[in-house]
Design a protein around this ligand. Structure first.
Ligand SMILES: NC(=O)c1ccc[n+]([C@@H]2O[C@H](COP(=O)([O-])OP(=O)(O)OC[C@H]3O[C@@H](n4cnc5c(N)ncnc54)[C@H](O)[C@@H]3O)[C@@H](O)[C@H]2O)c1
Length: 395
């Protein structure tokens, strides 16, 4: 049912859910479901290639292979929380088995895999969702409403400095798949920034071209990018700049939107709108004052807390299956953030602007070359001592 995001599935009982990948994120999701925090979902099975993690959920059937869980007949729906490359494989297996699917971000590592995954969903009467929990944040929801209602007028420029994804070296050694082309498929763009890239396309749409510089291992001894500056050009003249890194302290999270009705800034848990009393374009055409500027209103837009985040997406997944509720994040939309990420990496590798829609085969080729040259990490603490509840709160 790709393209129609309202699913109606006649189910009367709780949905039996399986979680594949019981690391930091999968354990956090499994715990929320096991504790009964998600009405309509029941934790029925879990799977991980590491047998020792079975003890985290002793009451629940454990499989050492995600495929066995999918074929078990014990589940109606699956949440895929493995390292990135397995999202496509397990996702396709779930969809082919007619199971509802919630896939962690990014939905796949590269655009060609997204296309394969989305194709597998076509014609299937299942719910196919992605874990873009930041779409539940009232600040971003409010900004989206301001844009779509026309309150802000034309969007002229967007700048997102998201440099507070600070990660010390110990983080990168908490799992052999991290920060390698073969394991993670990228660095800050592929692991931390899928949230911002998704919000970017959700709020402002897709650009026409991207130019980017992705600095490989600038702060850390890793083979993937940990510092990025990207410029996005839109056909309507709008320009966007995204700056991100995992190596800057204290770091910033500032989203600045210049629009014909003024300037909106999301920063430090506040939305501040400096509103032009007269629209910018109208003022600059009509004023007789050589150095005049539109008068301003300073507006602080209130919103409550940070929303339900992961819990909100899980609740929505359940309601989409049971009641046909519209999805917060249909998985097919997840291809856009992957394409933005891939295009930035491609642009940086080729030293040229990339036009969108991007050639998925060209990027897959580049990634395969990088994977062929990828080196396994020498020293890895396979499961970093991370408290999964604390971990979930940090996103
Ligand atoms: N939505 C968010 O806020 C958020 C936050 C962090 C991570 N994530 C995403 O969650 C996913 C997992 O990240 P994590 O930080 O939990 O990683 P992690 O390394 O802590 O956990 C991954 C788990 O998957 C298991 N695994 C590996 N290969 C497997 C396979 N083939 N079959 C079954 N299990 C397998 C590992 O043994 C490990 O337990 C990633 O896609 C990541 O980007 C999302």
């Amino acid at each position: 049912m790709h393209g129609d995001f309202c699913y109606k599935v006649a189910m009367t009982k709780d949905v039996r859910v399986g979680i594949i990948g019981l690391g930091n994120m999968g354990s956090a999701h499994a715990r929320m479901i096991a504790e009964g925090k998600v009405p309509g979902l029941r934790l029925a099975a879990v799977a991980d290639v590491r047998a020792e993690v079975a003890e985290k959920f002793p009451e629940t059937t454990f499989f050492e292979s995600g495929s066995e869980l999918i074929r078990s007949g014990l589940v109606d729906a699956v949440v895929v929380c493995t390292p990135h490359f397995d999202h496509t494989r397990y996702g396709i297996e779930c969809l082919d088995a007619g199971l509802h699917l919630l896939v962690e971000k990014p939905i796949s590592v590269h655009k060609a895999d997204c296309e394969r995954l989305i194709k597998a969903s076509e014609g299937k009467d299942v719910v196919f969702a992605a874990m873009f929990n930041q779409r539940t944040d009232p600040a971003y929801k409010k900004l989206k409403h301001l844009i779509e209602s026309g309150e802000l007028g034309e969007i002229e420029r967007v700048q997102w400095t998201i440099t507070d994804w600070y990660r010390p070296d110990v983080y990168y050694s908490s799992g052999g798949w991290r920060a390698t082309w073969a394991g993670e498929g990228g660095g800050v763009l592929m692991n931390q920034c899928p949230h911002q890239l998704d919000l970017w396309q959700w709020l402002f749409g897709m650009p026409e071209t991207i130019w980017a510089e992705c600095q490989i291992g600038r702060f850390h001894d890793i083979e993937v990018e940990d510092s990025v500056t990207a410029v996005m050009k839109y056909s309507d003249g709008k320009r966007g700049v995204l700056i991100t890194t995992t190596g800057e302290a204290p770091g910033t999270n500032r989203l600045e939107v210049a629009c014909s009705r003024g300037r909106v800034v999301l920063e430090n848990g506040k939305i501040e709108w400096l509103r032009n009393e007269v629209e910018n374009r109208e003022f600059l055409r009509t004023t007789k004052n050589h150095f005049g500027k539109p008068d301003l209103w300073r507006i602080e837009i209130p919103f409550e807390n940070t929303g339900e985040q992961h819990l909100g997406v899980l609740k929505n997944f359940a309601k989409a299956i049971l009641e046909g509720e519209t999805l917060i994040a249909p998985a097919a939309e997840g291809m856009n953030s992957v394409e933005l990420c891939n295009a930035m990496l491609l642009s940086s590798a080729e030293g040229a602007e990339v036009r969108l829609p991007m050639d998925s085969v060209r990027y897959e080729r580049l990634l395969k070359e990088r994977i062929a040259a990828s080196k396994p990490k020498e020293k890895v603490d396979e499961q970093g001592a991370v408290d999964s509840e604390e971990f979930a709160k940090s996103f």
